[in-house]
Design a protein around this ligand. Structure first.
Ligand code: CA
Length: 225
């Protein structure tokens, strides 16, 4: 059973989706505008978002953009009009995991919801084991509480910094390329020419210790055990 947020201003569609998902044992919350939807999505206990694009307040693109830029990796399935291919492509580039052309049959949506929940669970298990903290080189990351400590002293990390630290610690001692880091932490939000990775590695060095991350010329970065 999962908690699914439905952000949809058409009441008929929202209640059709909510009813179907509840019949499958899920808990649902409906938000009829983008701003409320974003608040719910960021509240922390939502497992998946079904997101309409045309919404009052902020639209679905803006919601998705803000959600991803705040570091949330919750799976998002975008509902889109069947003829708006451009919308769909933009949605996927903006960090949606999947899309569902309207009109759709509930069974089609339900299959996508199951798939995305399963993938998210696998991802969580892979990065989180039995919710054990990640520990390396004097740095400890608690993946449940999202708290970081260096030699026992707590440091404040932004959501992006935490996500970057998480991939470094999960792969301590190995070289990670800028592309791998961009892909894992920023998804498709940034173009490969961006220097955002270098900037954030700089932030992490300041917080985790200047020698925690080594630059491997021409290849990328390595977190030192
Ligand atoms: Ca709409």
């Amino acid at each position: 059973m999962a908690h699914i947020l439905i952000v949809e201003d058409e009441e008929r569609i929202a209640s059709f989706v909510a009813k179907g998902l509840r019949a499958e044992g899920h808990r649902t919350t409906v938000a009829a505008d983008g701003t409320t939807g974003l608040d719910h999505a960021l509240a922390g206990d939502v497992d998946l978002v079904v997101l309409d694009i045309g919404l009052p307040g902020i639209d679905g693109f803006e919601l998705l953009d803000q959600l991803r830029s705040q570091g949330s990796r919750i799976p998002v399935i975008v509902l889109t009009a069947r003829d708006s291919v451009t919308d769909t492509v933009s949605a996927l580039e903006g960090g949606a995991d999947d899309y569902m052309p309207k009109p759709f049959r509930f069974a089609e949506l339900s299959a996508r919801v199951r798939l995305r929940l399963r993938q998210a669970a696998t991802r969580a298990t892979a990065s989180n084991g039995a919710a054990e903290p990640l520990v390396s080189g004097g740095v400890e990351l608690d993946l449940r509480t999202r708290r970081a400590t260096v030699s026992g002293r707590e440091v404040e990390l932004s959501a992006r910094e935490f996500a970057l630290a998480e991939i470094f610690l999960s792969n301590a001692g190995q070289v990670l390329s800028r592309e791998q880091l961009l892909d894992h932490v920023w998804g498709l939000d940034f173009d490969p020419g961006s220097n955002v990775v270098d900037v954030y590695v700089g932030y992490l060095r300041r917080k985790l210790g200047a020698r925690s991350i080594t630059t491997v010329r021409g290849m990328g970065y390595r977190f030192e055990r």
